[in-house]
Design a protein around this ligand. Structure first.
Ligand code: 6CS
Ligand code: FE
Length: 303
């Protein structure tokens, strides 16, 4: 049994636990694809925003694919609607639904950075598109992804990161992702018990595994909030424990972002630390794990 370094949802009082894991696992010198300055900024802030990584033609193709997966069967469990409408909020396991997206997950511009930061071969723990539809796209309340992945999925250590590829422009208006710089260095142990099949409601509105207002206020008082904005085709890389969230989109424009969560091969899932039944594979890969670089990934759904 692995020691639980980041216990959450077990006490009636929230607590702060210092991070014991490095942010950048590699000690092999500089990353081949990003500058030393960017790497230092990622270590300090817990995220890095790279504008215009993908060109217009690439973005158009990715957008086409995202629109295609958005039209998947809405009764499918992997297709999540908004809490108060039939609009599509998220589609999961998108790298299994599209050859184009499967190719993107192993794009050198993304994978080389993930491998360097995590100092290991990497596989996809979760992939999704969050559509944040016009007028009706609801918020994602503040959370650390790792809190959920550790407690509900059994991810042992903070050795995973997200890459969010912007498919539409992210502006100050359309509910861009907001992050608390430096929040990745502390783990907020949350209050509350995990209900059975929590994911069925948490993917629409997350209530369990969200930090208390006192700790959130303190983190924001100390470090502020940053909302990176930029054109479609930009990439936001953020650590698995960086506190983040986003507001409602009441503009006439969508805010669609594609996410790949890369986890180190050595950090594969064990039994969930919160003691609940593991979530399904479409949310947290446990079966058929292959490093993205191996080229062995097979798309599972018909085109
Ligand atoms: O459940 C997940 O894996 C992701 N979704 C939400 C709403 N919160 C935690 C994590 O980001
Ligand atoms: Fe998240």
């Amino acid at each position: 049994m692995l020691t639980d370094m980041y216990r959450s949802r077990h006490s009636s009082q929230p607590t702060i636990i210092d991070r014991v894991d490095p942010v950048i696992w590699s000690d092999k010198g500089r990353c081949p694809v990003i500058s030393t300055e960017d790497e230092k900024s990622y270590e300090k802030n817990g995220f890095l925003f790279l504008k215009n990584v993908f060109n217009e033609k690439e973005v158009a193709e990715l957008k086409r694919e995202a629109d295609r997966v958005e039209n998947s069967d809405p009764t499918d469990e992997e297709v999540v609607s908004e809490p108060d409408s039939k609009e599509i909020r998220s589609v999961f396991r998108v790298h299994d639904k599209s050859d184009v997206l499967a190719r993107l997950m192993s794009d050198e511009r993304l994978v080389a950075v993930a491998e360097h930061f995590l100092d290991d071969d990497v596989y996809i723990h979760q992939s999704r598109v969050n559509f944040k539809p016009p007028f009706k796209g609801r918020e994602f309340f503040w959370h650390s992804d790792f809190e959920t992945w550790h407690t509900e999925d059994g991810m042992p250590r903070m050795r995973a990161l997200s890459m969010s590829i912007t498919l539409t422009d992210n502006s100050a208006h359309n509910g861009p992702l907001m992050l608390i710089p430096g929040s990745h260095k502390q783990f907020v142990s949350c209050v509350g018990e995990t209900p059975d099949q929590n994911y069925k409601s948490s993917l629409k509105i997350q209530e369990i595994g969200t930090p208390d207002q006192d700790n959130l206020s303190q983190m924001v008082d100390e470090n502020g909030i940053v909302a990176p904005v930029g054109p479609a085709g930009s990439v936001l890389i953020f650590d698995c424990n960086t506190m983040h969230g986003s507001g409602t989109n009441i503009t006439p424009y969508p805010r669609s972002n594609l996410f790949f969560v890369y986890n180190a091969m050595s950090n594969r899932l064990v039994a969930p630390f919160g003691g609940t039944k593991p979530r399904p594979n479409f949310l947290a890969t446990r079966e058929n794990i292959v490093p993205v670089r191996s080229g062995q990934h097979k798309i599972q759904a018909a085109e």
